[in-house]
Design a protein around this ligand. Structure first.
Ligand code: SAM
Length: 167
């Protein structure tokens, strides 16, 4: 069951510490077909509808080169989530799970991630499939899918370090 903001049987909320400013800035917004949490996919799918990721200035030049990647990793701020639950009952049946054992949007820092299929780039807008967020969700970051990306910078010692030769 998808929550609005209710607390369910056996769930536990805490009083979070005062937020400190991590210096995050929203670099764009994600347009999707979904306006209700109840109707939004729990995880996006690569045969799902096309969604638009709009990048704001001054970050548009940072899109240079993204078009070569078939898949991107998108990080976004699940802005409608409550942030105070440590135990959650996704099935609303009294059985609870620790927040960090779930991919629930309800978490102390409600960051969502999705690997999306890049379908096109139109100026400052990426067309992608695979999102699972509400229309208007703020964008935090995007980067190539790590399984497709090869570092461009020269190798450094830690790249070759294994447990056997660790200090
Ligand atoms: N794929 C991401 C992940 O695994 O980190 C997010 C998964 S989360 C289970 C997706 C759900 O979050 C959606 O089904 C919807 O109920 C909820 N959601 C989507 N956008 C949201 C928003 N802007 N604020 C709060 N909840 C949102």
């Amino acid at each position: 069951m998808v929550r609005e903001n209710e607390i369910r049987e056996n769930e536990v909320s805490v009083t979070p510490p005062e937020p400190t400013d991590a210096g995050l800035t929203f670099i764009g917004r994600i347009s999707t077909p979904w306006t209700l949490r109840m109707e939004t996919p729990r995880q996006g799918r690569h045969d799902g509808p096309i969604c638009r990721i709009e990048i704001y200035e001054p970050w548009v030049p940072a899109l240079k080169g993204v078009e070569v990647f078939e898949r991107l990793e998108i990080l976004y701020w699940l802005d409608k989530s409550r942030r105070d639950l440590v135990l959650q009952s996704p099935a609303s049946n009294g059985k609870v799970h620790g927040t960090f054992s779930l991919r629930s949007p309800v978490r102390p820092n409600p960051i969502g991630t999705s690997i999306v299929k890049l379908e096109g780039v139109e100026g400052n807008v990426l067309l992608v499939r695979g999102m699972d967020c509400l229309d208007g969700t703020p964008l935090l970051d995007l980067k190539p899918d790590r399984t497709l990306f090869k570092p461009i910078a020269p190798p450094q010692p830690g790249d070759f370090q294994t447990d056997e030769n660790a200090p």
